[in-house]
Design a protein around this ligand. Structure first.
Ligand SMILES: CCCCC/C=C\C/C=C\C=C\CC(=O)SCCNC(=O)CCNC(=O)[C@H](O)C(C)(C)COP(=O)(O)OP(=O)(O)OC[C@H]1O[C@@H](n2cnc3c(N)ncnc32)[C@H](O)[C@@H]1OP(=O)(O)O
Length: 308
């Protein structure tokens, strides 16, 4: 059961009941829009493996490895598949927690697939944004324990995935993590911002978001953007050690505590999902934004200087 649902339970007889049920019904409507997409995604991607799941029911946790080459960029189909998997975890009685990592060396996730924002039709853009909102609500609002084992670069949407988890361990190395949206000419959505504030505090977020700062792993540790650093070879072992520690905490008390910390941030998006989607569509259709995205895409596609 998700944090949102348990929040409804806890407050069932309280004065917030009507408001919360209205939030829940809005959420359910938005989720049902995704049902057909889910079917399409599972049909179309039956032959592709965009992530691996390694479940250790004895120990009570799973490892989810993102595997969508070359850089785990998040497009509609990938997000839809991820949402199905997150739902399976949430419903599992055996799984208490999930280690989220990537099978691609040096890359955790390059964030949103920029092609989902560049010259995109309104329908697709709206489905894409709804799927992304759903991923965040499922991850940030999960009752399960999520530990991010950040094995490489984690900009923008990759950073959002990480900070939606409960604990972050990052590989030592020349990797970057942060919300760099301003460098693409984009304002980070309010729920990206709020998740960042909840992680590193207001002042640091204010600087980081305006500058589009990408932190090195050491800098990320210094501002609590990550909780721990590890040598790449020890990353998963360290994540498993941490998972055992979290799994040993009394479950209901931990879930209620997590829910009480995150409920307000989640409710803010849930109350205005459709308006947020409209803002995304309106914003990304502006000529100035399309121009920035085109320039950014070109810079990504430029041949890289040889290191030799
Ligand atoms: C007023 C209301 C406001 C409402 C809100 C409105 C809008 C908000 C909208 C957006 C929020 C956006 C958040 C995001 O996540 S945007 C994405 C940001 N991501 C990045 O900036 C990362 C870009 N990528 C990189 O920096 C590097 O690729 C990386 C360091 C991850 C890896 O480097 P490496 O050298 O290993 O690999 P590359 O050669 O650069 O890349 C390989 C290949 O992949 C393509 N690619 C990389 N990143 C992306 C991406 N995010 N989307 C799509 N494609 C990507 C890259 O172009 C290469 O392609 P090719 O040359 O092989 O064809």
């Amino acid at each position: 059961m998700s944090i949102i649902k348990s929040a409804f339970r806890v407050l069932r007889f309280g004065s917030a009941k009507n408001q919360l049920f209205s939030l829940e019904s809005k959420t359910c409507r938005a989720f049902s829009v995704c049902n057909k997409l889910r079917q399409d995604a599972s049909d179309a991607n039956a032959s592709k493996i965009n992530f691996y799941v390694d479940e250790n029911k004895e120990k009570g946790y799973a490892i989810l490895k993102l595997n969508k080459g070359p850089v785990n960029s998040l497009n509609l189909e990938f997000l839809t598949e991820l949402n199905i998997q997150l739902e399976k975890f949430e419903e599992s009685k055996e799984i208490k927690g999930v280690i989220l990592t990537s099978s691609i060396p040096n890359i955790f996730s390059a964030g949103l697939d920029i092609m989902e924002m560049y010259q995109i039709k309104q329908d697709r853009g709206s489905q894409f944004w709804t799927a992304l909102q759903e991923t965040w609500i499922k991850l940030y609002g999960s009752n399960k324990i999520y530990i991010a084992a950040i094995n490489g670069h984690s900009p923008a949407g990759g950073c959002l995935l990480s900070i939606s988890c409960d604990y972050r361990i990052m590989s030592k190395g020349p990797y970057k993590i942060g919300l760099n949206e301003t460098l693409l000419g984009i304002k980070a959505p309010f729920w990206f911002r709020d998740t960042m504030i909840n992680t590193i505090g207001y002042r640091e977020t204010e600087k980081a978001l305006q500058l589009g700062k990408l932190y090195s792993s050491e800098e990320a540790l210094a501002v609590n953007l990550v909780d721990e650093l590890a040598d790449s070879k020890d990353l998963i072992t360290k994540a498993e050690e941490q998972m055992s520690k979290w799994c040993a905490i009394p479950t209901v008390a931990r879930e209620l505590t997590k829910s009480s910390m995150r409920r307000d941030t989640l409710s803010k998006l849930i109350a205005q999902r459709e308006a947020d989607t409209q803002s995304f569509i309106e914003f990304t259709q502006r000529d100035s934004i399309q121009k920035s995205l085109r320039m950014y895409l070109e810079s990504l596609k430029k041949p890289k200087k040889s290191s030799a």
